[in-house]
Design a protein around this ligand. Structure first.
Ligand code: CS2
Length: 502
């Protein structure tokens, strides 16, 4: 049994094999506000910033903001913001205590405090990992102006709930005070993520200006559209959810409790567009790739890593595999992923210097990491928000190029089948999706398959008016019939992939 918890005071009593922050945390001043302090942020951006602080930078401490739940703040504040990052590969675990997060705030409890740090002139960068669904995109890709939180934030500018509401209000206050804007660095898995957030936030700000009856220079939309930088970035690190067994093992290793250690893999990548008018840490010295255009890297990551992750998640769930490494060790799923990559690779930008062969070889190794136990149900969450950029975009480009997206479309069918299987062959809320309520109502109607798939496409906004849409619907419907009649084995056999049991 351990008697105390991780904190500044207990840092120096940790075993030698645990790396601790090699810098004086009391000298670090906040320079970055991060929205969405989940495990991903703590394994990724916070670890890069920790390296910068260890090398002597002092102006880039992180203030972490949770937009919804108090859980992370409740776990980390008693620990002075410290937590353990457990970097795991088969047989080896490296433990590193990260010290880059100073204060933590919970937006619904104290929106004023969040606006105060966002308007603090020392804050020069705002990073975000709020997940795809928190950008509140409508089915067509624009802002979901009917969303209750957007409606709320337009009516309550000083008490926002959404990232859009906080960013717009803070940028307006900074401008009024003569403080230069911060740079907004989106780190979510969206295509052209900086440009996408820029567009959504400008749309939000236009509605805000209209409500206030201001136009042009007098409004904030113009300022956001022209004066604020939104570099895009590609982030990559696999971060399985922490389990109670992980907590117990880490406490044993540290000799003190850590309420929320974060599990991750050795691989870590961050490619960032170099557009930071207010300054930035010297990230390039710590493994970050600073580029002019992140687009090709983003597309490669979304379509090859995330696309195959979703495939492994839904086919894995339907085949009874609880973790990625187990699903990927299933020869039929492995063969399918190879074929999926072969279909998606020709849709990636040519002449951008992408080495897809080494990239997929490395992915295969990462997916085989048995120490991670990355749950297929975790990746299965929010499919309606993820599949457009992971699968649908490549499938449409495949059709445009005269190719046949027969593997890509199976991922969409497997998503629909896995959603329908909840409460039947899969536990009721094994994973969730923002469209769960309308999807359940649709499944109740027992429509003919093609009609049902069309309705799912409408709900999720998969390709509104693309000429390839009907082709996609037909492929998905055929796969779905196979999945329902004979599970993944039959659907894969129809693609020429034999499963062990078939
Ligand atoms: C995963 C990602 O949960 C998911 O949808 O595909 O979180 C993935 O692990 C990361 O993007 C890896 O960088």
């Amino acid at each position: 049994m351990t008697s105390s918890h991780l904190s500044d005071a207990s840092l120096h009593s940790l075993p030698e094999r645990v790396t601790i922050p090699g810098y004086d945390r009391s000298k670090v001043v906040p320079g970055i506000v991060h929205l969405g302090v989940g495990a991903f942020h703590r394994a990724h951006q916070a670890a890069y910033v920790d390296d910068c602080l260890a090398a002597g930078e002092t102006g880039w401490g992180i203030t972490g903001v949770s937009l919804r739940s108090a859980d992370t703040r409740d776990a980390l504040t008693p620990q002075d913001g410290l937590y353990t990052l457990a970097i795991r590969s088969s047989g080896i675990e490296k433990l590193q205590v990260i010290g880059s997060i100073g204060a933590m705030l919970v937006a619904p409890e104290d929106p004023d405090a969040v606006l105060a740090v966002l308007t603090d002139p020392r804050t020069r960068i705002v990073t975000l990992t709020i997940t795809e669904k928190a950008y509140l995109r409508a089915a067509g890709g624009g802002l979901d102006t009917a969303h209750p939180d957007i409606v709320h934030d337009l009516a309550n500018r000083e008490m926002p709930r959404t990232a859009h509401g906080f960013l717009a209000e803070a940028l307006a206050r900074r401008r009024a005070a003569g403080t230069p804007p911060f740079t907004v660095l989106c780190c979510d898995n969206l295509p052209a993520n900086g440009a996408t957030l820029h567009r959504l936030l400008t749309e939000f700000a236009e509605l805000r200006d209209a409500r206030l009856g201001v136009k042009g220079d007098a409004g904030i939309a113009d300022h956001i559209a022209h004066q604020v930088a939104f570099p895009s970035s590609m982030v990559d690190r696999i971060v399985p959810a922490t389990t109670d067994a992980d907590r117990a093992r880490i406490a044993e290793e540290l000799g003190v409790e850590d309420a929320w250690p974060v599990m991750t893999e050795p691989f870590c990548q961050w490619v960032v567009e170099d557009n930071f008018p207010g300054g930035r840490p010297a990230w390039e010295d710590f493994g970050v790739t600073m580029v002019g255009d992140v687009g090709p890297f983003e597309d490669m990551k979304l379509r090859l890593l995330n696309g195959s992750h979703s495939a492994i998640a839904y086919l894995g769930l339907l085949s009874g595999h609880a973790t990625v490494d187990r699903a990927f060790a299933d020869p039929a799923i492995r063969a399918f992923v190879d074929a999926l990559w072969a279909e998606a690779i020709p849709t990636l930008p040519k002449n951008a210097g992408l080495d897809t062969a080494s990239y997929t070889a490395e992915l295969a190794e990462r997916f085989s990491n048995t120490a991670l136990a990355h749950r297929t149900a975790q990746i299965a969450n929010d499919g309606s928000q993820k599949l457009p950029q992971r699968i649908v975009a490549s499938a449409l480009e495949c059709i445009e190029a005269g190719a046949v997206p027969e593997h890509l479309t199976l991922v969409i069918a497997a998503w629909i089948a896995a959603c329908e299987a909840r409460g039947k062959t899969l536990p009721e809320r094994h994973f969730t999706d923002p469209l769960d309520v309308p999807l359940a109502a649709l499944f109740e109607r027992s429509l003919p398959t093609e009609e049902m798939v069309t309705a799912v496409f409408d709900l999720a906004g998969f390709t509104k008016d693309h000429t390839g849409r009907q082709t996609l619907v037909e492929f998905v419907a055929t796969h779905l019939v196979h999945l329902k009649q004979g599970g993944p084995a039959l659907a894969l056999a129809a693609l020429g992939i034999r499963s062990e049991q078939s």
